[in-house]
Design a protein around this ligand. Structure first.
Ligand code: ADP
Length: 532
């Protein structure tokens, strides 16, 4: 474990080009003239002052979006043309991958090689995926009784508010705008206050790609002000939110008490990874690690992307083996399989091997290719994770690795593993959003299912077994939006992604994501002239 983190930080900061609100195709100061500081989580230092948008700025952005939707060409142009422009944006994102991956690394503390290998390629991939749908979603001709015919039209819902968190700044910005823009909507995006930089950068690329002014607006600022103004705006037709369950409820209440705008929520998770005794133990140990730290699993997801020339050279020139294990992250992912249930026959062996794995783990500067884990995103998250670690110790879980902050500055925490965790402990119930794994024991399949479902969340789950019957039975019995069998975190643009229970509703990938931004209109006409 690297204990001299702060001495090794490369204090190279990329040039920050865009720090103002992006409204109606122009970068503007906020109406109040206020700005807020955005930080480098490696050191806690300020990297830029960014325009602090508030209600009036959101009003201006919504006005521009409304005008673009009601009178502009975006919703009226062909799906093919919208798709062409989104494809162009994907190309531009690839061309600017160096800057964008740096911005996400420096603003969110993400590993640079992770943003290069996963985040930016995924953003381009998502854009192309939804660009492909733009001219392929259509209504149906309906079989009617009697002397009428009917058909359905799919029409863009209108102005969409998109509120996003900080853990995947570029990916989530793109994953939110792509289906909405493909559908013909115009959007107002409120990025997380921790990570506003890449959204502003992408906004200007969108303009370059040909997205008309007013169709894509970005209002940087804080949640209770700018975010709340989006959620409660009378002229916003739909809001799509990714973030905590707590704020998801606030957004839904604001939508209901304003204009009943459509809502979709991608919220927190506390996903189980269930490892059966027949599993390949080494693979199970790897998967458990990936489930919390999101490392090698990305190879499955990004295998296509990584082979793309434009990205593979970056990895190879940095000494990263694209077929081997990629760098990791710091557990800041809603999909984290942070409850690891292990069948009793292999429990002790599993613990031993998991602790062995962590021995080679390197914590440090996310710009260093040898590093596996960077800092938490900010002081608030850092302190929150440490509070949960203390709660785990206090409630009697056995700490078998880590548990401490590292370094004088910045927000680094050791990879932390608790064993003998009980169902009613805080670390088994709450989403920690940090490098903390909780290991628990089970005896039977029934007990595993019951425990896996013993959560208010339902975002995802993993099953590790060689037995097809167990895999089938358990995957149907766990109430979660995604089930991974013998893999984890393998997300695909084509596979709908979203939660059950208090992990929210509405899907963010796949055909369902674009359908969310389309209203269905029935058109009915008499077949043989009006009967009246
Ligand atoms: P986290 O706890 O991971 O930071 P949050 O749910 O607090 O997640 O934040 C996710 C997004 O929601 C951010 O863009 C944040 O600014 C925004 N947000 C926070 N509070 C509100 C609110 N009251 N209304 C609308 N958006 C909000």
């Amino acid at each position: 474990m690297d204990r001299e983190i702060n001495g090794k930080i490369q204090l190279k900061v990329p040039e920050i080009k865009y720090t103002k609100l992006f409204i109606n195709g122009r970068f503007l100061d906020s109406v109040s003239g206020k700005t807020f500081e955005t930080n480098d989580p490696r050191t806690g230092d300020v990297i830029a002052a960014v325009a602090e948008g508030d209600k009036e700025d959101v009003d201006n952005a919504v006005k521009a979006a409304r005008e673009a939707f009601d009178h502009g060409k975006w919703p009226r142009t062909s799906g093919h043309e919208r798709g062409r422009i989104l494809m162009k944006l994907a190309d531009l994102i690839e061309q600017h991958a160096e800057d964008l991956s740096m911005l996400d690394a420096i603003n969110a503390g993400k590993l640079l090689h992770m943003t290069q290998a996963f985040d930016i390629p995924t953003a381009a991939f998502m854009l192309r995926y939804f660009a492909g749908w733009a001219d392929k979603v259509h209504g149906q001709t309906l079989k009617c009784s009697g002397e009428f015919q009917a058909y359905t039209l799919l029409e863009p819902v209108g102005v969409v508010g998109l509120i996003i968190p900080w853990n995947f700044p570029t990916v989530l910005f793109v994953a939110k705008i792509a289906p909405a823009l493909a559908a013909g909507c115009s959007v107002v995006v409120k990025p997380a206050e921790q990570t506003p930089l890449s959204a502003l950068y992408c906004a200007q690329l969108a303009k370059q790609a040909g997205v008309p002014d007013g169709v894509l607006n970005v209002v940087t600022g804080f949640g209770p002000t700018a975010g709340a103004a989006v959620a409660s705006h009378m002229d916003v037709d739909a809001v799509s939110f990714t973030g905590s369950t707590e704020i998801g409820k606030v957004v839904m209440a604001a939508a209901a008490s304003s204009n009943l705008k459509q809502v979709s929520l991608e919220l927190g998770g506390k996903s189980p990874l269930v490892i059966f005794a027949d599993a390949d133990l080494d693979m199970a140990v790897q998967l458990a690690w990936q489930a919390v730290f999101f490392n090698k699993a990305i190879i499955t997801h990004a295998s296509v992307l990584l082979k793309a020339e434009v990205f593979s050279w970056r990895l190879e020139s940095n000494g990263i083996d694209i077929n081997g294990s990629l760098p990791s992250s710091q557990g800041e992912i809603c999909l984290a399989g942070s409850r690891v249930y292990v069948q009793e026959e292999i429990y002790e062996e599993f613990k031993k091997k998991t602790v062995e794995m962590v021995k080679n783990w390197v914590l440090g500067d996310p710009f260093d290719p040898q590093v596996h884990q960077g800092p938490q995103v900010d002081k608030r998250q850092f302190e929150k994770v440490l509070r949960y670690i203390e709660a785990g110790k206090r409630e009697g879980a056995t700490l078998i690795n880590g548990g401490k902050p590292v370094g004088e500055k910045g927000y680094f925490i050791e990879p932390t593993i608790f064993a003998d965790v009980k169902e009613d402990m805080l670390i088994a119930k709450d989403e920690i959003f940090g490098p903390v794994m909780s290991i628990m024991k089970f005896k039977t399949i029934e007990e595993a299912i019951e425990k896996a479902n013993n959560t208010r969340y339902g975002l995802a789950a993993g099953i590790v077994t060689k037995d097809l019957n167990i895999a089938n039975m358990v995957s149907r019995s766990i109430r979660a939006g995604t089930i991974w069998i013998n893999c984890y975190m393998a997300t695909e643009a084509d596979a709908p992604f979203g939660g059950y229970k208090m992990s929210g509703f509405g899907k963010d990938s796949g055909l369902q994501a674009i359908q969310k931004y389309l209203n269905v209109k029935s058109v009915i006409t008499p077949l043989y002239g009006s009967p009246w």
